[in-house]
Design a protein around this ligand. Structure first.
Ligand SMILES: Cc1cc2nc3c(=O)[nH]c(=O)nc-3n(C[C@H](O)[C@H](O)[C@H](O)COP(=O)(O)OP(=O)(O)OC[C@H]3O[C@@H](n4cnc5c(N)ncnc54)[C@H](O)[C@@H]3O)c2cc1C
Length: 435
């Protein structure tokens, strides 16, 4: 099974609200014949685009190969939430790695948000960037822990942009009785992710990157240099970056053992009008809740509800994505019953066992960056900056990320799926039963 083709048509964005509101940019050609570059990058999501842009700015010649279109993968389909920190909380990281290492990981994550904001400002990327993400608690028992975590960030990390919300405050922010409390992080934010990806592509192109779309890499030969072949051409390069995330397939076995693809789904309602939209979320911040199969939602710039969630375990998208996502959406917002869902789409992301990104040095001149585990808007953008620095000889941040122990999925590439299904079913059962 090849996830590059299983759920989508060649070279076409999915039928998403993002694609329907995408900024217009010129298409890039298909690779034909031979190319040579300092760096060849496979995959034009945030990871590949940011790597390309940062390397080109540093003076490297770069060829970027994308199987479909720029931003076609998770980067153009996601919830758009720019979260703080890593996917794992700091107290867990401290236990796992000690405070000093955990603090370096926090600093990298802080730089990821700043980097995204700087790129948006520098390249004037129109992507509806807004501040604020609220984390809301599905179970009352989770509220004290979440408040204690916010206080820890204020105390131990000097992070003052997060505040606690009690039940009444969360009810005022989210027009739903589902939540018992939470936190509001105004240092986090949200974006139109496809427009951010398209803006990065334009900036990279302007900086001299040669971008090829509809150019799937089918084979890699790595000796002293690297040769990446598509059906109609090839690229010879001194350095190679795998930026394929959940769509890597079997192109690189060492990465596939540690990063596993999983699908997630989003719907966009019809436009609700400002009053109704504000009755659902009173401020223009994004929300992520505490369920194991997370519900994440926000208002769109044209006052729709963009709601992500729902669970399915299988590589094929469900036949009826609307029904899959409606279920959790109506649990949170029963008042949306009967509202038309104009768009519904899915995407594939890469997850790791410990939910920390996978940074791998595959050889002295080849790298893989992936497995952001649902926390890649900032971190994938940052990964591109980090690998560009690494290729320039400054590997400190790469080594900080790569030093996080990264277990392989039990059962290897072929058997990893059944184990995950069992684990996920167990955790989502816990959500439903409330323990
Ligand atoms: C539905 C959904 C919601 C999400 N919500 C959030 C969120 O709110 N916040 C957050 O931080 N993260 C979220 N994520 C995760 C986030 O989108 C990803 O972590 C991030 O986009 C990863 O970027 P990437 O560039 O590494 O991968 P991708 O954007 O998936 O890009 C990989 C690219 O590689 C290309 N490719 C793969 N193989 C080949 C090949 N052989 N040849 C050529 N090209 C190839 C693919 O076509 C694809 O375009 C979500 C993901 C999904 C799917």
């Amino acid at each position: 099974m090849n996830l590059l083709h299983e759920n989508d048509r060649l070279g076409q964005y999915p039928d998403s609200w993002y694609a329907a509101t995408a900024n217009n940019i010129a298409e890039f050609p298909t690779l034909k014949g031979a190319e040579r570059a300092d760096v060849c990058i496979i995959g034009a999501g945030f990871t590949g685009l940011s790597s390309a842009l940062h390397l080109a700015k540093a003076g490297f010649s770069v060829v970027l190969l994308e199987a479909h279109r720029v931003g076609w993968g998770a980067s153009g389909r996601n919830g758009g939430q720019l979260g703080s920190g890593q996917r794992r909380e700091q107290d867990e990281l401290e236990k796992m790695l000690g405070f000093a290492h955990a603090k370096r990981l926090w600093d990298i994550a802080e730089e990821s948000k700043a980097t995204l904001r700087e790129l948006v400002a520098e390249h004037n990327i129109q992507c509806d960037l807004r501040d604020g993400v609220a984390h809301t608690d599905w179970h009352a028992s989770g509220v004290p822990d979440q408040h204690a975590y916010a206080e820890k960030l204020q105390r131990d990390y000097g992070y003052s942009k997060i505040s606690t919300l009690d039940k009444a405050q969360v009810r005022e922010l989210v027009g739903s009785d589902a939540y018992h409390g939470g936190t509001l992080d105004m240092g986090a934010g949200h974006i139109h992710p496809l427009n951010f990806a398209l803006g990065l592509a334009e900036a990279a192109h302007a900086a001299g990157v040669k971008i090829y779309e509809r150019s799937e890499v089918l084979r890699i030969e790595s000796n002293e240099a690297h040769k990446a072949s598509t059906s109609d051409g090839y690229v010879n390069a001194a350095h190679l970056i795998y930026a394929c995330n959940g769509y890597l397939g079997h192109l690189e076995g060492k990465v596939a053992a540690k990063v596993m693809p999983i699908n997630n789904f989003i719907v966009a309602t019809e436009p609700l009008g400002q009053e109704m939209a504000e009755s659902l979320i009173s401020r223009d911040v994004a929300i992520a809740d505490s369920k194991f199969v997370v519900n994440y939602f926000r208002r769109s710039a044209d006052n729709r509800m963009l709601f992500g969630g729902g669970e399915t375990y299988g590589y094929r998208f469900p036949r009826d994505i609307r029904a899959t996502v409606s279920k959790p959406m109506l649990e949170v917002y029963p008042q949306l019953k009967g509202v038309k869902l104009d768009y519904a789409w899915g995407g594939t992301l890469g997850i790791t066992i410990n939910r920390m990104p996978s940074f791998m040095r595959l050889s002295p001149t080849s790298y893989s960056l992936s497995g952001y585990s649902g926390h890649g808007v900032g971190m994938a953008t940052m990964a591109g900056k980090i690998v560009a620095r690494t290729i320039q000889g400054q590997a400190e941040q790469f080594d900080t990320m790569a030093a996080v122990p990264a277990p392989s999925f039990p059962g290897g590439v072929h058997l990893r799926w059944p184990g995950l299904v069992m684990a996920m079913t167990w955790y989502s059962l816990r959500d439903r039963l409330g323990f």
